[in-house]
Design a protein around this ligand. Structure first.
Ligand SMILES: C[S@@+](CC[C@H](N)C(=O)[O-])C[C@H]1O[C@@H](n2cnc3c(N)ncnc32)[C@H](O)[C@@H]1O
Length: 274
């Protein structure tokens, strides 16, 4: 695997990681503090999901929460390479008297220095059943870039091979790309489930784990081999697994010590199976 120009430099600045492999470095601590030590434009792609299950306590402190989000989004912007991208998954919160579940990006829309390319809907098959509203079956990913005229998008790496009429021709030429169709802005991937009989194989004990296949598509489409990927809210390490599956380097931050253990076990299991 080719080296990444910033990976070793970042490790020198941050010291010994809490967990590492040849292309992963995970640090335990507050991401704002850790990110402040990284050089400008050292990261090619950031994929993250911050804590947002913030409950009533935080709703009273909504402005503080939004200010905090603005601060780390601006820090990610500083760290992002000029052709780099930032994929953000943010959920909903209740605002008493106003909304049962307001999408948090609505509250942040004008606070980000990034350029928004697209909102991608992740549609999962199963979830909570509801009687007084539609059962929620989606989460959103916001795809931001630094420069709308110069960003990576490797469509051929992520085409969907599931084409209904792959051999249909027009004027003797195949109508559909032989690699498959554009996967569109609605992605169908099953959720990571728990429970005795229905637990996903990839399940860790983390309560908010992404399916690795969602992250895999982002990594393939928006970065290339030996690029450096950052996840400042690493959780169970889904971004780390997707990054190493695709020969990328990854720097991750996680504040909770016990989650570092989950990440280590998960990566060791992946490497063993491989
Ligand atoms: C929504 S979860 C991320 C889940 C992750 N995407 C996955 O697939 O497992 C957010 C994570 O951010 C961590 N976190 C919260 N505040 C943090 C901070 N200031 N710095 C670093 N990590 C933080 C939490 O402990 C939690 O594990």
């Amino acid at each position: 695997m080719k080296t990444n120009p910033f990976f070793a430099q970042i490790k020198t600045k941050l010291g010994t990681p809490a967990y590492e492999t040849s292309n992963i470095a995970i640090y335990q601590g507050d991401c704002l503090e850790l990110m402040s030590k990284l050089p400008n434009q050292s990261v090619d792609l950031t994929i993250t999901s911050p804590p947002y299950n913030i409950g009533k306590e935080y709703v009273r402190q909504l402005d503080r929460y939004l200010d905090w989000c603005e601060t780390w989004i601006k820090e990610i912007y500083r760290l992002t390479h000029s052709f780099g991208a930032f994929w953000l998954n943010l959920g909903y919160l209740e605002i008493p008297g106003k909304a049962k579940a307001i999408p948090i990006p609505y509250l942040l829309w004008d606070r980000s220095p990034f350029y928004l390319i697209q909102e991608v809907v992740w549609n999962y098959g199963a979830g909570v059943a509801c009687r007084h509203q539609f059962s929620p079956r989606n989460e959103k990913f916001l795809w931001y870039v630094k420069d709308p005229n110069n960003y990576l998008f490797h469509l051929d790496k992520i085409r969907d091979p599931n084409v209904k009429y792959p051999n249909q021709k027009k004027n003797g030429k195949l109508k559909c790309n032989p690699l498959g169709k554009n996967p569109t802005d609605v992605w169908q991937f099953p959720k990571v489930t728990s429970g005795k009989k229905r637990s996903s194989i990839e399940r860790t004990a983390h309560p908010a784990q992404f399916p690795v296949n969602v992250i895999d598509r982002i990594v393939k489409g928006c970065s290339q081999e030996n690029h450096l990927i950052l996840d400042p809210f690493m959780g169970s390490g889904s971004t780390a697994e997707a990054a190493i599956r695709n020969k990328r380097y990854v720097i991750g931050f996680e504040i909770e010590e016990k989650y570092i253990g989950y990440i280590a076990t998960r990566i060791e299991n992946y490497l063993e199976q491989k």
